[in-house]
Structure formats: C-alpha cells, structure tokens
Design a protein. Structure first.
Length: 308
C-alpha cells in the first residue's frame, strides 16, 4: 500500500470557499439576506461537494484503484476520474445502463475515459442491486484489489469530510441550504454547523428516501444524529436531471441579475426552492440564508467524443 497522500497539498483546493452576499429583490422584499457559498470555486476538476466528499475516501484508498458508481452524466464519476489522473491512481466507473456500452460516449463519459477511468456498463436491474454482496463480489472478481466508493461518494467518510463545509459557515448564517442527491453533503454540513444554525436539504429526486439516508450516514459517521437539519421535498421538478420552462426561466433570470451561470440539475432547484420558501415566509425577517453552489454548468466539450 502506498504511503498516505496529503491531498490538500497535492491538489491545492481553494479553502475556505468564498461566501458572497447577493442583493436579490425576490429575497430582500421578504427581509431575507441571500448568500452564495461558492463551493463551485474549490477546485477546477473537483468542485464543491465533490472535493469534500472524496478527500477522506481518497486518503483512505492510499493510491489503490477506486471503483465507484454513477449515471451517464455523473459529476461524481468525472471528479473521481479527474482525481485519478491528477494523483496517479486507477479508477473504475460502473455506469448505469448497459445499452450505453455500444454507443459513442457522451461528453461526460468521454471526459472520464480521457482521464483514464475504465468504464463498465451494467443493466439497470444490476445497478439497483449495486450494494448487494453478489454484485460487489462480481465486481471485485472482475477488477481485483479495488476500493469501493458508493454512488455519489456518499458514505461515512464523505459525511465527515463535509463537516468542513459546516465549520466554514459556523456563525456566518442562520440557514445553510444545499441541493441533495444522495445525502452525504447534508449529513456532514449539519454536523459542522454551530448550535442555533440549521441545515436545509433540497432533494433533486423524489421517492422520500433521503431522510432515512441522511440519518443512516450520520449514524455511521458520527454515531447518531448531528446538528439541526430538515428536507424540503417539493422542488424535484419531475425528477433527477429534469427541468421545466418555469425552472429554466427562473435560472435564466438569476443568471442575468447576478452574472452567475446556474447549473440546472442541482443549483437551479436549490435557488428556486429558497426563493419560494422566502415568499412563503419560511424564514424569519432578517434571516441570513446561504445557498451552497455545488457546481457550475457543464462547459462545452473541448475535444470530440470517443467510442469504446
């Protein structure tokens, strides 16, 4: 096993990430001060919660090949592949959808492949069972001595890594809000905040499973509940990576007012939810609310897609 790697020294993330107040009439007329926690600026290849969720997992892997899971447009797969390229360890991405195996790679998966990630496509039934002993045994038999990191990077180490986000916001705001896919960021964020602060999660996918996932992650990471957190589950806009004309119009308006490109899968839903909650009076007048900007919109591909 390789000696431990000081990832902060090797990758030089920008920490703490900037906290910027923005003047937005949609919040101001309800007496709410809006802040943007610019985690999208932490690192060009491992932005935002991807750095925070991966850092302890990669330190624990100590240079061994990392195998992880994601969909065809997974930011987590891209960040893991980029980390492997930058630090010189192997990566394997188990991708949902075996029908993709014989198609040209989309720009997201092409970037993973260009960064050296071995892509392994599985059918959707197998993917749903990815945490089962049978599926994991098959993957380990195929790929050998690998460290398995779950989908989205969310495990106890990820939650522990995300406590730094809460500590950076300690005393700065009253509410810290983040969009949620697998729950790891919210679990750690809440644990890192000071008493009297609360964390708010905005799921980008329905199903009602996230509360249980966050609670499980906190038990595994901290031994039990940690911090004051809640979920606001009304703003999935039809499900993961789905959008509506209303959401796009809101995001376009926010971009025009503040000059900040708004990522649509997570960040747009978070900002829309906070604006709606402010309008409903969910935040006391004078409240300081931080929206964690976990990523930027995908840039146009700089090189053509490649085929397998």
């Amino acid at each position: 096993m390789s000696p431990p790697v000081d990832l902060a020294r090797a990758l030089q993330p920008r920490l703490p990430s900037p906290l910027q107040e923005v003047q937005d009439e949609g919040f101001a007329r309800h007496g709410v001060r809006l802040f943007l926690k610019r985690d999208d600026l932490v690192h060009p290849d491992l932005p935002g919660n991807k750095w925070r969720k991966l850092v302890l997992n990669l330190e624990a892997a100590a240079g061994r090949t990392v195998l992880t899971f994601g969909g065809a447009y997974s930011n987590h797969l891209r960040a893991t592949a980029a980390a492997g390229r930058l630090l010189g360890f192997g990566t394997v991405g188990v991708v949902r959808g075996d029908e993709l195996a014989h198609r040209p790679l989309n720009p997201s998966l092409a970037r993973c492949a260009a960064d050296g990630m071995r892509l392994h496509f599985v059918d959707r039934t197998t993917y749903r069972e990815k945490a089962s002993p049978e599926v994991l045994k098959g993957l380990l038999s195929r790929f050998g001595d690998v460290v398995v990191v779950p989908e989205g990077g969310s495990n106890a180490l990820a939650a522990q890594g995300c406590t730094a986000l809460g500590r950076e916001l300690a005393g700065e705001v009253d509410v810290a809000a983040v969009a949620c896919g697998t729950g790891g960021t919210l679990a750690g964020l809440a644990a890192g905040l000071d008493p009297g602060q609360r964390a708010l999660g905005v799921p980008v996918v329905g199903g009602g499973f996230l509360a249980g996932e966050v609670a499980r992650l906190q038990r595994e990471a901290f031994g039990g509940p940690a911090g004051d957190w809640s979920l606001e589950e009304r703003f999935t806009f039809g499900g993961y990576a789905r959008t509506t004309p209303e959401l796009n119009a809101f995001a376009d308006g926010f971009e025009e007012r503040h000059g900040l490109p708004v990522e649509r899968v997570y960040v747009a839903k978070l900002l829309y939810a906070l604006a709606a909650l402010a309008g409903e009076g969910a935040f006391a007048r004078g409240s300081r609310v931080a929206a964690v900007i976990t990523g930027a919109p995908d840039a146009p591909p700089q090189e053509p897609s490649v085929s397998r």
